[in-house]
Design a binder for this molecule. Structure first.
Ligand code: ZN
Length: 188
């Protein structure tokens, strides 16, 4: 599958999700049997941990189709980058989508600032550049879009594996925004 075919498949799956017409045919025992020997997910999604944003559902996919990395605020940290590197280097995925979403709690907390304890402070520090790059008083959803955009750059600049794959034209990286109300994913 080419990068464009992978992207089209995601968009078609999302259109089915929005229209309440989920296919779901790759979620059964025969699909399980067919992928026991290995996986070849056609896309990698870096998404938020938010329970309302489920990439496998939002793109109407089944087992073995998406390599999904989820962390609050869909940030590029060492662990999320390493996970993505594995899929790029070993699974042949052609597409990476950084998926931000409406009303993200992590972005809201980063914008609010303050001390949230060691672990959350560390995570939110990855969102700080998006706040700095946004207009003063920017809406959380706009900061979220900026965060997804900057995260694309982070994946490329901080990972030699991802950067090489992008430069060779083997992989493309997109950022996108999930609307909680409609379920629609906007590719930005
Ligand atoms: Zn979120």
């Amino acid at each position: 599958m080419t990068t464009q075919e992978s992207l089209n498949r995601l968009k078609e799956g999302n259109a089915r999700f929005v229209a309440d017409k989920l296919d779901g045919k790759l979620q059964n025992s025969s699909r399980r049997d067919s992928i026991v020997g290995g996986q070849a997910p056609y896309a990698i999604i870096l998404g938020c941990a938010d329970s309302r944003v489920v990439p496998e559902l939002a793109f109407d996919t089944g087992l073995g189709e998406l390599f999904v990395v989820r962390v609050a605020g869909n940030v590029a940290n060492s662990s999320s980058i390493a996970s993505i590197e594995y899929a790029v280097a070993h699974l042949g995925s052609k597409l990476i989508v950084v998926l931000g979403h409406q009303s993200c709690g992590a972005v809201t907390a980063a914008v609010a600032g303050g001390d949230n304890g060691y672990n959350l402070n560390h995570l939110l520090s990855h969102i700080t550049p998006a706040i700095a790059a946004s207009k003063e008083g920017a809406a959380v959803n706009d900061v979220t879009k900026k965060n997804a955009e900057l995260t694309v750059g982070e994946l490329i600049s901080r990972s030699e594996i991802i950067r090489n794959a992008v430069e060779k034209g083997d992989v493309k990286v997109f950022h996108a925004y999930y609307n909680l109300d409609s379920g629609k994913v906007d590719f930005l």
